[in-house]
Design a protein around this ligand. Sequence first.
Ligand code: ZN
Length: 309
Amino acid sequence: MSTAIITTDTYKDHQVTPGHPENEGRITAIIEKLKLKKNNLIWKKPKKFDLKIIEDTHGKQFTDDVLSSFPKEGFGFFDQDTPVVSKSKKAALDVVGASIQAIDSIENKEINNSFVVARPPGHHSGTQLGPKGFCLLNTACISLNYLINKYKYKKVALLDVDVHHGDGSQSLLWDKKNIFFASTHLGGGFYPGTGSENEKGKYNNITNIPMEAGTNSEQYLNAYDRVLSKLKSFNPDFVLMSMGVDGLDIDPIGQMKLQPKDFYTITKRTLEITKQCCNGKFVSLLEGGYSYQGLQESSDEHVNALLEF
Ligand SMILES: [Zn+2]
């Protein structure tokens, strides 16, 4: 039993406009770094799945609309930050297939836990909000519903550590009594502008902790411990993480001062809770992070903690 990295063959096919921070080099950088771990990791590819899995989260109308909106040639734009090409469609579907592979592999007891290293990201995408902010399909929320529908779990959780508020995830999980969602992020009007502490979800199932620009490791980890305390009380059957590393000091977009080692601590502390509540069932999905070096170092730290399970 061990840790699996799930990558896609199509992450490079999701072409973006020149200079766009969310580009294929991010994934290539992480893969190169994690390949140095040699035999300690299992590498897997996406599984095929029924599109109904996406409809269960986004609804049929949104799913049909989005999947029919990709241009035949050149660039199309879901919003000004979210360019796509024809092959972006398969790339986005493969991220979902990668997450399904991660979950099924854990449920089949082939692995303990998994990190899905793929793009495009998903946490800003919601049915009402549309695909936006570099995000097409909300793979994390699709995966939560897959866990509930396929494996009949009663309670599942999503922890979003990206520097941006997971507004798409929040919108999709707002009235889900059986799903705990927590987001730590930069507040003060930073994109997307949502995620204030008083946004708690219909069933008090959402925790938002907005933080200030310049937040350092100690301040962040103290806030994250508040998330973990709520996670422990919720006592989930499976835990997902929206693993964004744009809170790193080195990141060109985020304005926090996290260090790569913090992603070891974040992961280690999270796994300690999941060991108690759900035998360590844990999948992380890459979201943001725009420094190649930062992506490499924090992914390495994240995976070090996963391997220690
Ligand atoms: Zn982000």
